[in-house]
Design a binder for this molecule. Structure first.
Ligand SMILES: CC(C)(COP(=O)(O)OP(=O)(O)OC[C@H]1O[C@@H](n2cnc3c(N)ncnc32)[C@H](O)[C@@H]1OP(=O)(O)O)[C@@H](O)C(=O)NCCC(=O)NCCS
Length: 191
């Protein structure tokens, strides 16, 4: 697990983005809340961050970041993404050493930055680090079935749709939604 933290718990730069590790403190929570308070809940309905979809106060944002940090303690990392030195999103991932699988978890990008290929740029770096540095065998990703933006972004990155977890998510309106499961293998990297 040390190798995972050595490789992933680090600041990076991609051609257009900076990736930073942030402590869950008030100052950083302000950065996150300043972005999220401008967002429309509708745009994040398939990737809720809290039981209200988005945190509604600075305190809720800090609590969310503290929870996420806690989940990452044993095998995860939370990346904060900056463009032109402005926070625009985050990406969390977990490493399962027993089957050499990197699991990408929640990702979000501020609405005003969608459609620039930023998610794919983040994942290019993840794949390079996972397959060439960490020597992972597999990266997996998932999204709600109706999350077209995410579904398209994952498949455009060359991921294989492995299957569906039927009625996996309980939605706020009382319905259930399927979850799509994707993977890319080391043998498929760069293909
Ligand atoms: C899902 C999400 C992260 C996708 O972010 P994104 O940065 O727009 O996704 P991509 O990197 O795949 O960008 C693809 C879009 O950029 C365009 N694009 C522009 N320049 C590009 C480039 N250099 N390279 C690739 N795509 C480019 C593509 O044409 C495509 O546009 P389209 O969506 O109009 O078809 C974003 O919509 C989001 O945060 N949604 C809310 C939270 C969420 O649902 N998270 C996922 C949970 S599973």
């Amino acid at each position: 697990m040390n190798k995972f933290f050595t490789v992933f718990k680090k600041n990076y730069e991609t051609p257009r983005l900076k990736i930073n590790i942030l402590e869950p403190n008030v100052e950083n929570a302000k950065l996150v809340y300043d972005v999220l308070k401008r967002q429309n809940k509708q745009d994040f309905q398939y990737a809720p961050m809290t039981d209200k979809i988005l945190p509604e106060t600075l305190d809720e944002t800090l609590m969310m970041m503290q929870n996420q940090d806690e989940w990452c303690k044993t095998n995860g990392v939370n990346w904060y993404v900056f463009y032109n030195d402005e926070l625009i999103g985050d990406q969390r991932m977990f490493y399962w050493e027993n089957n050499k699988t990197l699991q990408c978890a929640d990702v979000w990008i501020a609405r005003e930055y969608w459609g620039n290929g930023f998610n794919q740029e983040i994942h290019k770096l993840i794949e390079q680090l996972a397959f060439t540095e960490l020597k992972a065998n597999r990266i997996c990703r998932q999204c709600m079935k109706d999350n077209k933006k995410s579904f398209d972004s994952i498949t455009k990155s060359g991921f294989h749709l492995d299957g569906i977890n039927r009625q996996f998510f309980a939605m706020p309106d009382g319905t259930y939604m399927d979850q799509c499961l994707f993977s890319k293998l080391k043998s498929e990297y760069n293909k």
